[in-house]
Design a protein around this ligand. Structure first.
Ligand code: AGP
Length: 600
């Protein structure tokens, strides 16, 4: 998720911009840049990778006195994470930073190139600055030109633009991506979230969609269409940390709620004209691949296991799953026609990295599915599919899991398109398109989980049970609960309960049963009834009412198992969260755990 900072004032503009970008690092990025207008001249700097690279590039740049500046951290969606694609983007005399997606950029770009504009980046953003300069040549008035630019672009955006010929002025526009304005010490501050403003301003104006305007030394003018508007400022959160949680109690809670949005980032540019594109895979990369071996740890292993059902059922390709710490010391038979896929949120997990190296030593083709570009695992693999979940601060992984499963589902369609046939392919893409909506947390369901969680605080343990695709989800639900509640829980294949574990059944054994309507419902029902008959305490998650259970969490009737999978995933994540909250645990930083296990 990109970040934006802007400033007009007589203070240290470079410090304000760089400090602001620092406060936005938590959103994830792969490049950064800034541009400062002072004395009728714009100085611009851009750098790939971490923010420190931009700090080093601007080390000798020391603007002083009144200035206007804009800055940006970029999370690549259109165009690779390169310096040319980093923001700000420039025209002949103006510079722009932008969050969001300009949906009609291709048509705008073609038209502007015909009119003589010279594009140098692969991004949608660059069209904004050339469009502004085009309208300026026609309108001869910058404010009118910017207004027409905003009218002409479609999609989601938060924009800051400066023009060399307009000293100490910043144009802004907002639609679908957040943008706030703060005023203090005779200066104006802009940011795409609260964090960069805290400590500089007491309050901020939160722009509505469709707003645009300009700020200079004397005034901030805001318009909705052609109508000038005024907004009452609101108080800012007290600390950066609370700001970064954006109103949620924990980062984990925020990350559960943002899954509906970040899955859209995972999909961005990867489904076009009803076909899956994974242009990060080199030409011919999948040729000769006859089997897959997925390898990971923890939650990432659960994503791999879930994906293995998709690969075999839908893509018809033989697939193995490996726990990395086991794989490393086994003597597996590794063939050259097998694609080894390392799945990792951090890209730094030692076991997964070493397993990947083992596969490479065996001369296997390797692919990383990872959330952190330029991480060790991404660099080690022959190719990488980035999950684009943004930085995941909660140690207990949530959005990373959701986006890993999605990235692997896309890969299954990419690999198995011919094997599955046109109808199945179309059905799968149609289902994928409905996942973002299915991931939206319903407040009434969250409240129901919060209420019933008080009944699950003790007992001698939990079973999470499921079948097929829902068995890996049961494993994930058990891991989430263990990690943050410190209560014992295990995920189990529902059909296996009668082969021993049912001996534990009594009223203190809590069983969470995942009962999808789209597969094996009757089989699950008989497993659940066996447990109820022995007085186990049952929480059933299903689209079909199940009155015999002690607790019932509804999900919607669906026509595809993976949409049920994602809806149930939300429920098990929230259940773990609310139980941990009641137990008073540190949800974001559970005891004994690290976000990335870089040791054996
Ligand atoms: C997940 O909630 C845990 N924090 C842990 O199991 C994690 O998934 C595992 O350590 C793998 O990490 P990775 O995805 O960064 O490789």
């Amino acid at each position: 998720m990109c970040g934006i900072v802007g400033y007009i004032g007589g203070g240290n503009v470079k410090k304000v911009l760089l400090d602001g970008l620092k406060e936005l690092e938590y959103r994830g990025y792969d490049s950064a840049g800034l541009a400062v207008l002072q004395g009728g001249r714009i100085s611009s700097f851009k750098a790939v990778g971490k923010l420190v690279n931009l700090v080093n590039k601007t080390a000798s740049f020391e603007p002083n006195g009144f200035a206007a500046g804009i800055a940006h951290t970029r999370w690549a969606t259109h165009g690779k994470p390169t310096e040319i694609n980093a923001h700000p983007h420039q025209g002949e005399h103006s510079f722009v930073v932008h969050n969001g997606i300009i949906e009609n950029y291709a048509a705008l770009k073609d038209d502007l190139i015909k009119k003589g504009a010279r594009f140098i980046s692969q991004t949608d953003t660059e069209a904004i600055v050339h469009l502004y300069e085009f309208f300026l040549r026609k309108e001869k008035d910058a404010k009118a030109a910017f207004g027409r630019t905003v009218e002409a672009i479609e999609g989601a955006y938060a924009i800051l633009l400066i023009d060399e010929n307009l000293p100490n002025m910043i144009f802004f526009a907002k639609k679908g991506s957040p943008l706030q304005i703060g005023r203090a010490q005779d200066a104006t501050f802009f940011a795409s979230s609260d964090a960069p403003l805290i400590g500089l301003c007491e309050e901020a104006i939160y722009l509505n969609d469709g707003c645009w305007g300009w700020a200079n030394e004397e005034e901030n003018r805001i318009f909705e269409g052609a109508v000038a508007v005024e907004y009452a400022p609101k108080p800012l959160p007290a600390t950066q940390n609370s700001a970064q949680k954006e109103g949620f109690r924990f980062f984990m809670e925020k990350e559960i709620y943002e899954q509906t949005r970040v899955i859209g980032d995972t999909l961005m540019g990867r489904i076009e004209n009803d076909a899956v594109l994974l242009d990060e895979l080199p030409e011919g990369f999948l040729e000769g691949v006859e089997t897959l071996r997925l390898c990971a740890c923890g939650t990432s292993y659960h994503a791999a296991l879930a994906a293995s059902y998709i690969f075999e059922r839908t893509a018809k390709i033989e697939t193995r799953c490996e726990i990395a710490s086991e794989f490393r010391y086994r003597d597996p038979v590794l063939k050259s026609n097998e694609l080894f896929i390392a799945i990792s949120q951090s890209g730094e997990t030692a076991d997964t990295l070493e397993a990947l190296k083992k596969a490479k030593l065996a001369r296997q083709k390797t692919l990383a599915v990872c959330n952190v570009d330029n991480s060790s695992i991404v660099r080690e693999a022959d190719a990488a599919i980035l999950t684009r979940a943004g930085i995941e601060k909660g140690v207990a992984s949530t959005k990373a899991f959701a986006t890993q499963v999605m990235a692997l589902w896309l890969l299954a369609l990419r690999i198995g398109k011919a094997a599955m046939g046109a109808d199945v392919y179309k059905r799968e893409i149609n289902a994928i398109r409905r996942v973002p909506a299915a991931l939206a947390v319903r407040s009434e369901r969250h409240e129901q989980i919060r209420r019933l969680s008080r009944r699950y605080l003790h007992g001698h343990g939990f079973f999470f049970i499921g079948r097929d695709l829902f068995y890996p989800l049961a494993l994930e639900g058990a891991l989430k609960l263990k990690e943050i509640s410190y209560l014992h829980a295990e995920g189990y294949p529902a059909g296996e309960m009668k082969h021993g574990p049912i001996a534990l059944a009594d009223d203190k054994l809590f069983t969470i049963a995942l009962m999808p309507g789209t597969m094996l419902y009757d089989k699950m029902r008989s497993n659940v009834e066996e447990l109820i008959a022995r007085d186990s305490t049952l929480l059933v998650i299903s689209p079909r009412r199940f009155d015999a259970a002690d607790d019932f969490l509804p999900i919607d009737e669906r026509d595809h198992p993976l949409i049920e999978f994602y809806e149930m995933m939300i429920a098990i994540q929230l259940l773990a969260l609310e139980i941990a909250v009641r137990l008073g645990n540190d949800v974001d930083m559970p005891r004994n755990l690290a976000k990335s296990v870089t040791v054996e």
